[in-house]
Design a protein around this ligand. Structure first.
Ligand code: K1U
Ligand code: ZN
Length: 186
């Protein structure tokens, strides 16, 4: 298994439409394994293929006990009721914003055996599914923010982005070097 580099805001791959997966192959299974490993190391609850520089229509989800891959996912039903909550994105580190989305969704997707399944979700799982499916269509949570809040988010990102040369976020794989509070080292 391998930890993959994460592409950050500014990399054109994050704005591209993904390509439907024709069939599940060993190469796709390997990609999914690596995406789970990357998501876990980054402490995310989801990760979509464009975030690791890939164009396949695939994402992984890890919300509490719900841990699965979604291949060619589509939202087949969404609640008229909306819910607002704060979101972040592994591709826009340290930037957060409140996003209003349908409170519940039903998603149809293919699993790693090539079988179609449906998941009906509310709360954080519904939000995560919508966030990841958006990634597969080149959409990011900041696109939903009001003009003012988006400007504030972009100003914060302008201060952060130089930490990611080439729009690449490299994750620290050596646990002894992973300090939650870097100031304590001074
Ligand atoms: O796709 C991604 O960038 C992953 C992203 C997914 C996501 C976060 C918040 C709401 C919906 C979807 C993250 O996992 S960022 C990490 C994060 O914000 C978070 C982590 C644990 C619990 C809740 C949020
Ligand atoms: Zn994201």
């Amino acid at each position: 298994m391998s930890v993959l580099d994460i592409r950050v805001l500014g990399d054109p791959v994050l704005r591209e439409e993904t390509k439907p997966v024709a069939g599940v192959t060993d190469e796709l299974r390997e990609l999914v394994k690596n995406m789970f490993e990357t998501m876990d190391l980054a402490k995310g609850i989801g990760l979509a293929a464009p975030q690791v520089g890939r164009s396949e229509r695939v994402a992984v989800i890890g919300v509490e006990d719900d841990r699965f891959a979604i291949i060619n996912p589509e939202i087949v039903e969404s609640d008229a009721k909306r819910a607002k909550a704060e979101e972040g994105c592994l591709s826009i580190p340290d930037v957060y914003g409140d996003v209003e989305r349908p409170a519940r969704v039903r998603v149809r997707a293919m699993d790693l055996e090539g079988k179609t399944f449906e998941v009906e979700a509310g709360d954080l799982l519904a939000r995560c599914l919508q966030h990841e499916i958006d990634h597969l269509h080149g959409k990011l949570f900041v696109d939903y923010l009001s003009l003012l809040k988006r400007r504030t988010a972009m100003a914060k990102w302008a201060k952060e982005k130089d930490r990611y040369p080439g729009f690449i976020r490299k994750l620290e794989t050596d646990p002894s070097r992973n300090h939650e509070h870097p100031d304590e080292e001074l």
